[in-house]
Design a protein around this ligand. Structure first.
Ligand code: FCB
Length: 472
């Protein structure tokens, strides 16, 4: 383990050709919400309705990346990144979600791709990062099967117009969050609290992925994959895991991860998942699961935090405990005291990333994996010297990159890493209050200030290695 001198404890290298990038999403950074004929999306509608987003924030302007994409691409080039994960706004390309392509929308993405190409940055394009055309929502959204067919049409338009410049297509971002937060809990657009609609959305999102993957492949798209949010479920107990905790672990894992991973990898919904989450059989047409489980070129994993379970009484919760979503008697979820929490309240646990990568590689041997999002929110501010010294984020990235490098050495098929996020941006229901960027955005002036974490990440990218702390 030798490499560039770090003055610390040596380095851990990544394999040659490792993909290094940063991620964003259209609604979170573009702004220009109705520019050049863009149609409204569910997030335009949702964010404009009072009470849905903290502080009444909307993505109307966001980071104004629609107009400042050249500056953002130059910023990535200056950091040495070799890929950019961005998302395409469906209502820019089809303002009402169906019918002919809207040329100005495609022109914008074409210009972005040209700019990336000029800097040698490979495009990783997500087709759906939550901004469904409002018109399709009015017709039932993801609870309606037809939306999956519309999505395949939209994918075909994008492949025809942009496919020659896209290295990697991601069909959907985090279908679990779309179904759960958008349709079951209502904390995200479209803000429904409807368990049946959520279960239907799960199936239609997966079907949309499969149909779009076919459309992309028919058009000779390069690589095609999907991004899932994955949540390792950890049970910490003394010696051995008691039966009810193991049962709870299996149910929780099926609800959060298996509900999406199993149909994609094996063409079946997990039997362990709670019945209320499973799409009813009547919605699953012959051949759907074959469409959904066609081979992936890669799997994108978004990792932020694990879920912890322990024995407890849901009717008499202790500090740091909450009711378990698996509803197994005598089991609670909890936030271990010893782990740091971010300003989102999310646990910081890099060792769970190592475990997750090995676990997924075991379930899908040979499938290339990308970490398509990983990062943390922190209370960032510009200091009197004009700098943003985000030590917490540097620490977070170092630990997670080290966990990723160790997972590769232990056999995980990890081929790339995208930090969330390039820029501070519109963090959904939290608005602009939560900053995830490695680049600070002053939303009043749109000035970009690379944080300490940008410099740290850039050093890692250029060395293709992560520096270790002494004694590590
Ligand atoms: C993920 C989303 C991404 C961002 C991060 C913090 O769930 O995919 O858009 O908001 O969380």
């Amino acid at each position: 383990m030798t490499g560039p001198a770090t003055g610390l404890g040596g380095v851990l290298e990544f394999p040659p050709g490792f993909v290094w990038g940063a991620a964003t999403a259209a609604y979170q950074v573009e702004g220009a919400a109705s520019a050049d004929g863009k149609g409204p999306s569910v997030w335009d509608t949702f964010s404009h309705a009072p009470g849905n987003v903290r502080g009444g924030d909307t993505g109307d302007v966001a980071c104004d990346s629609y107009h400042r994409y050249r500056e953002d691409v130059a910023l990535m080039a200056s950091l040495g990144l070799n890929s950019y994960r961005f998302s395409i706004s469906w209502p820019r390309v089809q303002p009402g979600g169906r019918g002919a392509a809207h040329q100005p929308g495609l022109d914008y993405y074409r210009a972005l791709l040209d700019s990336l190409g000029e800097h040698g940055i490979a495009a990783t394009a997500t087709l759906y990062h939550w901004d469904l055309p409002q018109q399709l929502q009015d017709d039932g959204g993801w609870a309606a099967r037809d939306t999956a067919a519309r999505f395949a049409e939209y994918a075909a338009i994008c492949a025809d117009a942009l496919g020659d410049r896209v290295a990697r297509w991601i069909t959907l971002n985090e279908p679990q969050v779309v179904s759960n937060n958008g349709y079951r809990q209502g904390s995200h657009a479209p803000g429904l609290r409807d368990a049946d609609a959520a279960a239907a959305a799960t199936h239609h999102l997966l079907l949309a992925h499969g149909l779009a993957a076919q459309a992309l492949r028919d058009r000779r798209a390069a690589e095609v994959g999907i991004t899932l949010d994955m949540h390792p479920v950890r049970v910490l107990s003394g010696n051995g895991v008691p039966g009810h905790l193991e049962e709870a672990r299996l149910i929780t894992d099926a609800a959060l991860n298996g509900l999406y991973l199993q149909p994609l990898l094996h063409g079946r919904y997990p039997v362990q998942a709670p019945a209320a989450l499973l799409p009813p059989a009547a919605l699953i047409a012959d051949g759907d699961l074959d469409t959904i489980s066609q081979p992936l070129d890669f799997l994108g994993i978004n990792y932020y935090s694990p879920v912890f379970l322990r024995a407890g009484d849901p009717a008499d919760l202790r500090r740091n405990e909450e009711a378990a979503r698996c509803a197994v008697p005598g089991v609670v979820e909890y936030l271990p005291e010893r782990l740091e929490r971010t300003t989102m309240g999310w646990l910081v646990d890099a060792s769970a990333l190592h475990e997750l990568l090995l676990d997924v590689s075991k379930q899908a041997p040979g499938l290339p994996l990308y970490i398509t999002e990983n990062g943390r929110a922190a209370e960032d501010y510009v200091n009197p010297d004009g700098e943003v010294n985000d030590v917490e984020r540097v620490r977070y990235l170092r630990a997670h990159l080290e966990a990723a490098a160790r997972a590769i050495k232990d056999g995980a098929g990890l081929t790339g890493y995208f930090v969330w996020s390039l820029l501070d941006n519109f963090e959904w229901a939290w608005g602009y209050q939560k900053r995830f960027g490695i680049v600070f955005v002053d939303f009043g002036t749109q000035r970009r200030i690379p944080k300490s974490s940008a410099r740290f990440y850039s050093d890692v990218v250029r060395a293709n290695a992560v520096p270790l702390l002494p004694g590590a």
